[in-house]
Design a protein around this ligand. Structure first.
Ligand code: HAM
Length: 420
């Protein structure tokens, strides 16, 4: 071990486990690529104000959890705590919304940073794969995204997850509800912090997990009773489309989410095997975010699924992903001449797309065969001086243990045939 360790709340992905993370990212992005979403990548840091305006001053993410820094040039930056504000910023900057093709559908995959109290499933550096559909108000788009996330999880074999669904109303009906809720909350016995929250973000008070708070919340006005007709009809349509697609969901009127930009549809994917950090993914509609960051009106919807928690969910369900061995052929040279000959063969195989590896360093037959075993290769090629003098190499099938001499000239063809 070196003097240094990964910073608190972070961990490294190392082989062989790292392959699982790659497979999860691939599984989540595959349905998106298949549905018209284009890949977008944005910087790991942004102007702090993008997040304070976009995600919201009063959220935990902005008020407590951002990694901020001042550059030598005096810019105030923050490591990105989430992807939506950045992706929308980038889409506006590139004028993607003006190309006449709305919605602009984008997907992304990357690292995010939140200064949270670390625990299982909650890290200071984590990965998300996300999708944003920008510039269309259409319940089918909300449904599409939820269906694609469901499909992604199912393709991984996950079963014990649930979809929680809610509508947060729009700029017509939410303020009316907010007033009513504030009126109700101001009458309760609450601590200073919570009282402040009533003024800043009263919906978040509903999310308070403390029993003494929850007890007092019985009888609080519910948003559903305040939704305007347009929001109600929109929400009904999303629900109908999900039902028609055979995607099961639960109505959860308490679902408020931890970011301020949401309007109308909000949803969360929760997994029942994860303990307290049960949200494996979440998202919703954010019809006002573009204007909040200085853009035109662009109603949009999206989600982000947590890669770390999805891997934990796989473990909780005992799912072993079928990951193909990364190496198909392993070459073991015995002696200088064999080293040159086999290295050339390995290069040739790789060019043909056959995953091949080589016993580097001079470790002798036993050590090299151990490496061959560990690589998971189906075939091992061994060659010593006597083999080469006869114009052959030994080809060993690692499954059956059978070994046979193969003419050097015929080796590549023989390997391709065996692997086909
Ligand atoms: P979020 O709910 O804050 O939403 O994060 C989405 C997912 O990221 C969570 O469900 C969780 O799996 C993962 N995640 C968040 N924080 C952590 C953490 N500290 N450690 C491990 N995993 C974590 C968003 O970020 C929104 N941008 C989603 C969205 C996209 N809404 C609209 N478009």
């Amino acid at each position: 071990m070196s003097t240094f360790k990964a910073p608190k709340g972070t961990y490294d992905l190392t082989p062989p486990d790292s392959a699982k993370y790659l497979a999860v990212r691939e599984a989540i992005s595959a349905p998106l690529k298949n549905s018209g979403y284009g890949y977008i990548e944005t910087p790991g840091f942004e102007d702090v104000a993008l997040f304070s305006r976009g995600v919201g001053e009063s959220t935990d993410i902005v008020s407590k959890e951002m990694y901020t820094l001042t550059t030598k040039g005096g810019s105030e930056l923050a490591l990105r705590p989430e992807g939506t504000a950045s992706v929308l910023r980038a889409a506006l900057e590139a004028n993607l919304h003006k190309l006449g093709n709305l919605p602009v559908k984008l997907w992304y995959s990357g690292s995010y940073y939140r200064y949270e109290r670390p625990q299982k499933g909650r890290y200071r550096h984590f990965s998300q794969v996300g999708a944003e559909a920008i510039g269309a108000e259409d319940p089918a788009l909300d449904a599409e995204l939820i269906i694609l996330a469901d499909q992604a999880y199912r393709s991984l074999g996950l079963q014990n997850f649930r979809i929680l669904l809610n509508s947060l109303g729009d700029k017509e009906c939410r303020p009316v509800y907010r007033d009513a809720l504030q009126g109700f909350l101001r009458e309760l016995e609450l601590d200073e912090d919570t009282r402040r929250r009533i003024e800043l973000n009263p919906l978040r008070v509903l999310d308070d997990k403390r029993p003494e708070v929850q007890k007092q919340l019985v009888g609080a006005p519910v948003l559903r009773d305040y939704l305007c007709d347009a929001c109600k009809a929109y929400h009904e349509e999303v629900r109908d489309l999900l039902t028609a697609a055979g995607v099961a969901y639960e109505d959860d009127e308490k679902l408020v989410r931890g970011l301020d930009y949401y309007t109308r549809t909000t949803f969360e994917f929760v997994h029942d095997g994860l303990g307290s950090q049960s949200a494996v993914g979440g998202g919703g509609r954010y019809d006002g975010l573009s204007e909040m960051i200085g853009g035109p009106a662009l109603p949009s919807v999206g989600w982000a699924l947590g890669v770390d928690r999805t891997v934990l969910a796989l473990e909780a369900e005992g799912i072993e992903l079928e990951l193909p061995a990364s190496t198909s052929v392993f070459a073991v040279p015995l002696g200088e001449e064999a080293r040159r000959v086999l290295f050339a063969k390995v290069t040739e195989l790789r060019k043909l797309g056959v995953a091949a590896d080589f016993a580097f360093g001079s470790r002798g037959l036993k050590g090299a065969m151990k490496s061959a075993n560990r690589s998971g290769a189906r075939l091992t090629v061994v060659a010593g001086e006597r083999d080469l003098a006869d114009g052959v190499v030994q080809l060993k099938d690692m499954e059956s243990g059978e070994q046979q001499p193969v003419a050097l000239d015929a080796l590549v063809a023989e390997i391709q045939q065996k692997l086909a």
